[in-house]
Design a protein around this ligand. Structure first.
Ligand code: DGT
Ligand code: CA
Ligand code: CA
Ligand code: ZN
Length: 562
């Protein structure tokens, strides 16, 4: 059992309740799901201590549901809802424009239960004939179903990582394992993960396979062999384990970390020297030149050791040859967090609680960015509230020693305006602006908003949601000009389904912008996700001096406002 699995069930309950017009409860189930995902320990342990209800955002009803799931593997309310609507609600609502109400009507009119059936119904023109739907809706479903399917098949890095860390911690304590490391896309910190690959050394491979396939979280064992097994976790994620010999450890790490195209570059380089590189080692005829460690493999190929995040065939092999690899930004370099939400809008924590969590993370400062008045769903503060927010921020600052800057996440309107006056913007320490709706040309809207108003940071620029909302296409050359003129920095957002601006675009334009990395936390626990955004910054080759929130708060404000 793991936290992600229960969170998924709670999320599904939320959608199923929404299908029936139930108010409030769906939001409570979603919040509870987020809190479970953020726990740093198995929910069973919390329950053992009798502290389920003590988790912020988990009330009596949901605590009882969680206990039922832990004991019986099922929640009665969930079963009843599923009996009534036996649909894959989470997958279906991932299709852009398909909400709970649409799922309900498609099920009642056409019996659609999953993505395959939805696609078939749309291809055959049956969706358009359902009352209130029409050709345009049907076409939109067809346009977006591919993305939803991908979202169904690949897991977000931010969801996979805690599972992987849990598995690796657990297995590394077993005697059978001498070493165990995540490889593949997880180690490269790709935004999404098809399957998880683990590499291990084991004195007794048989015992290692027993331990692996016998893990608590295993839903089923996909395959089992002497040196390789695959399992599927309850949370739906496939995990492969390979056991290799000590003298192949380094070459196997290189091979299974990938990416495939990085491996191809390395193999060609070996071939140019008349050698052979594979997962077993680097060989000249039968002689082993390297293989025990990764450093040894790269060194034998006259390369500096390449950080896993860079192994994407983006020029890293040439840079390693010339000893010009970037000195990548790390978590230690980060001084503060530049986007977060509190109870003043849709966040789950008070200003004080956010500052306390930031203090624990060792941050010198935080920038509060509750949503502006436009996003009514988030119930953001009004301009009149700024004085009160400032007073609260000062008290939190005194209590925690963390500098608390007061800002806003202003919404960029469809016409390229902001949902807050320029006068109010100037009263704030910094202004973060972002798009939340699709309308017109995104580049034009952003350029106008930052060109005409006192904006300091452009947040989640493409507004993508991995697995369910396509990114806005942006003319980044144009935006680079405007941002340089106006002194506006661009955000790399660390929310697991955003990771926006996407790292390939950051990499291509890394010289053109000043960058910030922010968590966009909606609870104190989410401040701990900085590493996800940083991993994307590293994939884009960013160094500490490229990232503004590696500096003192005064310098950050001066740089953006000066
Ligand atoms: P994923 O699972 O889709 O998120 O992406 P990866 O990169 O984890 O890919 P996966 O699981 O298919 O394979 C793990 C690594 O193993 C991959 O990054 C490179 C290596 N690998 C797998 N198949 C091949 C292959 O056919 N050729 C080469 N050169 N490397 C391979
Ligand atoms: Ca993989
Ligand atoms: Ca794999
Ligand atoms: Zn936002």
């Amino acid at each position: 059992m793991n936290n992600a699995e229960i969170a998924r069930v709670l999320d599904e309950i939320a959608v199923l309740l929404e299908m029936q017009d139930v108010e409030w409860k769906p939001r409570a189930y979603r919040q509870a799901a987020r809190r479970l995902e953020e726990l740093s320990e198995p929910v069973e342990d919390v329950r053992e201590r009798g502290e389920l209800e003590a988790i912020d955002g988990i009330g009596d009803t949901i605590a009882a549901d969680v206990r039922a799931y832990l004991d019986e593997g099922e929640i009665e309310r969930h079963r009843e809802l599923r009996d009534r609507y036996p649909v894959d609600a989470l997958a279906l609502t991932r299709v852009e424009g398909v909400g709970p109400k649409t799922v309900k009507r498609l099920y009642e009119a056409l019996g659609v239960q999953d993505l395959d059936q939805l696609e078939a119904a749309a291809v055959e023109g049956r969706v358009a004939r359902v009352e209130g739907f029409g050709e345009a809706t049907q076409q939109r479903i067809l346009d977006h179903i591919g993305l939803a399917r991908e979202g169904d098949e690949r897991e977000l890095l931010g969801k996979a990582l805690p599972l992987v860390t849990g598995l690796v911690d657990e297995l590394s304590q077993r005697d059978a394992f001498e070493a165990i490391e995540p490889v593949g896309s997880v180690r490269r910190r790709a935004p999404t993960v098809g399957d998880v690959d683990l590499l291990a050394r084991a004195g007794d491979p048989e015992a290692a396979m027993d331990a692996f396939t016998g893990l608590d979280d295993v839903d089923r064992v996909f395959s089992r062999g002497d040196t390789r097994s695959s399992i599927v976790l309850g949370a739906g994620l496939q995990v492969d384990l390979r056991v290799v010999d000590a003298d192949s450890w380094g070459s196997a790490l290189v091979y299974f970390t990938g990416s495939k195209s990085h491996n191809i570059r390395l193999r060609r380089r070996a071939q140019d020297r008349g050698w052979k590189l594979n997962e077993y080692g680097l060989f000249a005829d039968e002689e082993r030149l390297a293989g025990g460690t990764e450093a040894e493999v790269y060194e034998a190929l006259d390369l500096a050791e390449i950080p896993p995040e860079l192994r994407e065939d983006g020029g890293e092999v040439l840079a390693a040859e010339a000893s010009e690899l970037p000195d990548l930004v790390t978590e230690d370099d980060i001084t503060g967090d530049m986007q977060m939400h509190t109870e003043w809008s849709d966040g789950a924590g008070s200003i004080r609680e956010m500052a306390e969590a930031a203090a624990e993370l060792g941050h010198a400062f935080i920038l509060l960015t509750d949503h502006g008045p436009d996003l009514r769903v988030a119930g953001g503060p009004e301009e009149d509230d700024i004085t009160e927010i400032r007073a609260e921020a000062e008290r939190a600052e005194e209590a925690t020693g963390v500098r608390v800057l007061v800002g806003i996440e202003a919404n960029i309107t469809t016409k390229g305006g902001l949902d807050i006056s320029d006068q109010a913007c100037r009263e704030l320490d910094l202004v973060v602006a972002s798009l939340h709706t699709r309308a017109g040309d995104a580049t034009e809207r952003i350029a106008k908003a930052i060109g005409e108003h006192p904006v300091d940071v452009l947040a989640h620029p493409t507004n993508r949601r991995i697995g369910w909302r396509e990114p806005n296409e942006l003319d980044l050359d144009r935006l680079a000009e405007v941002c340089a003129e106006q002194g506006v920095a661009v955000e790399i957002n660390a929310q697991p389904d955003r990771l926006d601006l996407p790292w390939r675009q950051v990499h291509r334009h890394r010289e053109a912008f000043d960058w910030v990395v922010s968590t966009d936390a909606h609870s104190p626990g989410q401040l701990g996700r900085m590493h996800l955004g940083l991993a994307q910054a590293r994939k884009a080759w960013l160094e500490p001096e490229d990232v503004l929130n590696t500096r003192d708060p005064e310098e950050v404000v001066d740089h953006l406002r000066g």
